[in-house]
Design a protein around this ligand. Structure first.
Ligand code: KIV
Length: 289
C-alpha cells in the first residue's frame, strides 16, 4: 500500500489494525484524517446519532464523525435539558451507534456528572465509554479549568474533543441559551480553546460563538475545530440530526439549516398505513401466508 493509500480516509481496504484479515470495506476515519483535512484547508461533517439505523445511514452517506450526544436527553428521551442523562444511559446509545457505524469516527459525550469532580473521574467514565460503548473518543464540555482532565485523558490514551463556548450542561449557570464570546468574553473563548488544545484535545468544538471569534480560534490552534452556530471558518460542522433532517417540530435555532422534511415523510407514511388498515387494504394477499 502506498503512503497516499495508507492515509486516505475513504479508500477501500482493511478495517484497521486488529481487524480479521478477511474483513474488507471502507477504512475507518481516524483522528489523523481529521488533522489532514484541516492541514489541507478542507472541511468535514459531523452529525449526532443515537441508534444503529441513523448511524448506518449517516455512515454510508459519508459523514466523517458521528457524535453520540448527550442531546439524546432532549432529542430521544424527552427531557427539557441535557442534564438528566446518565453515563449508563449514554452507554446504551453508544453501543447502538457503534453497532451501525463501520466507517465514521464515533465520539461520545461525557454526560453531566460523569467528569467534573476530578481528572480521575473523567478517565474512569471515559474508559467505560470506550470499553463498553465501543466509541473511539469522548467529548467533554468546559473551559480551561478542565485542562487537567484533558491531560489525564490524553495520558490514558483516550482521545478527547473539547467543547467550549456555549456548553448546554452549564445552561443554568450561563443563564440560558446565549451566544458566548461577545465583547470582553472573546478572550475567554480563545483562552479556553488554547488551553484545552495545549492539554492534548484532538479537536475543539465551539457552540454559539461569533463567527470571527471561531475563525480566530481555528487559526490559533493547530488541531481541527468544529462549529455549531460558529460560522463557516471551522474545520468541521455539526448539527443534531433531527434538526438537520426536519424531524423536530417548532422553532429552530438560527444556526440550524433543515435539509429535509422527515417529519412530513413519517407522518404521511403513518397516515397512509392507518388508512389502509382501516379500509382493509393492508395486509393484502401478497403480505399474507
Ligand atoms: O450533544 C450534542 O448534540 C452536542 C452538540 C450540540 C455539539 O454536544
Amino acid at each position: 500500500m502506498t503512503d497516499a493509500e495508507q492515509s486516505a480516509p475513504y479508500a477501500a481496504g482493511s478495517a484497521g489494525p486488529g481487524a480479521p484479515a478477511s474483513q474488507s470495506g471502507p477504512r475507518r476515519v481516524r483522528i489523523p484524517h481529521l488533522q489532514q483535512i484541516k492541514d489541507s484547508g478542507g472541511h468535514f461533517a459531523m452529525l449526532t446519532a443515537y441508534d444503529q439505523y441513523t448511524a448506518a445511514i449517516f455512515d454510508e452517506a459519508g459523514i466523517e464523525v458521528l457524535l453520540v450526544g448527550d442531546s439524546a436527553a432532549n432529542n430521544v428521551m424527552g427531557h427539557a435539558t441535557t442534564l438528566p442523562i446518565t453515563l449508563d444511559e449514554m452507554l446504551v446509545f453508544a453501543r447502538s451507534v457503534t453497532a451501525g457505524a463501520s466507517r465514521a469516527l464515533v465520539v461520545c459525550d461525557l454526560p453531566f456528572g460523569s467528569y467534573e469532580v476530578s481528572p480521575a473521574q473523567a478517565v474512569e467514565s471515559s474508559i467505560r465509554l470506550l470499553k463498553e460503548g465501543l466509541v473511539h473518543a469522548v467529548k467533554m464540555e468546559g473551559g480551561a479549568h478542565y485542562a487537567p482532565h484533558v491531560r489525564a485523558l490524553a495520558a490514558a490514551g483516550i482521545p478527547v474533543m473539547a467543547h467550549v463556548g456555549f456548553t448546554p450542561q452549564s445552561e443554568h449557570a450561563l443563564g440560558g441559551y446565549r451566544v458566548q464570546g461577545r465583547g470582553d468574553a472573546r478572550r475567554a473563548v480563545l483562552d479556553d480553546a488554547a488551553a484545552l488544545a495545549e492539554a492534548g484535545a484532538f479537536c475543539v468544538l465551539m457552540e454559539m460563538v461569533p463567527a470571527d471569534v471561531a475563525a480566530e480560534v481555528d487559526a490559533a490552534v493547530a488541531v481541527p475545530t468544529i462549529g455549531i452556530g460558529a460560522g463557516n471558518a471551522t474545520t468541521g460542522q455539526v448539527l443534531v440530526w433531527q434538526d438537520m433532517a426536519g424531524l423536530r417540530s417548532g422553532k429552530q435555532p438560527r444556526f440550524v439549516k433543515q435539509f429535509a422534511d422527515v417529519r412530513s415523510v413519517l407522518a404521511t407514511a403513518a397516515r397512509t398505513y392507518a388508512d389502509e388498515v382501516r379500509s382493509g387494504a393492508f395486509p393484502g394477499p401478497e403480505h399474507s401466508f
